[in-house]
Design a protein. Structure first.
Length: 228
């Protein structure tokens, strides 16, 4: 049986006891350092928010680019449909291809599954080229600064928010103009609504909330410079 004895400060045995106590504390520290208790909880606290952010961000980007693709397709389809007409009428029952209002009415179907009735607008315009001038070094034929006619249609008759103004600038972004040309231009505006939990992040990121697409087509069979 081991007996612990007290001795004077000059006795080396107390030093031996103190070294033993220090070794025991270091041993406990080593065991604590090597322990894996609680590691899974810490990892989960760090990884789960990051994974949720990545998943929501991926879905948000998918929704945004899908909406952009739908807008592009709808703009080209509407411009192509208008450009195929031999004559266009203003008004009517909006159920015939030669009624200009028909193309505002079918925009909802073309933009499905987007909520065009609450957040969308369509602007359809016709631009004409300037008349060629005679003389020495005449100016080139270009597009007129303003449209021959324009019609805008809001989803559901009102849209969500203020109706946008046309963003077209004939001096830039238009295809080259030729003598006697007419150009049908279709613009689509759509207010993109992100998920509620990522709306603040989307605004901080600076992504555009109002999306925009446009398409141009030259009329195939008639100039279509006027609406009957």
């Amino acid at each position: 049986m081991k007996t612990t004895m007290l001795s004077s400060p000059d006795d080396p045995r107390p030093h031996t006891l103190r070294r033993g106590g220090r070794s025991s504390a270091l041993s406990r520290l080593r065991r604590l350092w090597r322990s894996e208790k609680g590691v899974a909880g810490i990892e989960a606290a760090l990884v789960i928010p990051l994974m949720v952010f990545i998943i929501v961000g991926t879905l948000e980007l998918y929704q945004y680019f899908r909406a952009a693709s739908i807008l592009d397709r709808a703009a080209f389809t509407l411009a192509d449909g208008v450009a195929m007409q031999r004559e266009l009428f203003d008004g009517g029952t909006c159920n015939k291809s030669d009624n200009i209002c028909t193309y505002g009415a079918i925009a909802q179907d073309l933009l499905t599954p987007l909520n065009f009735s609450a957040n969308g607008w369509v602007i359809i315009s016709a631009y004409a080229a300037t008349e060629p001038q005679s003389g020495w070094n005449p100016p080139p034929v270009r597009w007129e600064n303003g449209p021959e006619w324009t019609r805008d249609y809001s989803g559901g008759g009102g849209g969500g928010g203020s109706a946008p103004a046309s963003l077209l600038d004939p001096s830039s972004g238009f295809p080259p103009a030729n003598d006697g040309d007419t150009l049908i231009a279709v613009e689509i505006f759509y207010d993109f609504v992100p998920f509620a939990m990522s709306a603040a992040f989307w605004e901080t990121l600076g992504g555009p909330r109002r999306m925009y697409s446009r398409a141009f087509y030259r009329p195939r069979f008639a100039e279509l410079r006027e609406l009957s």
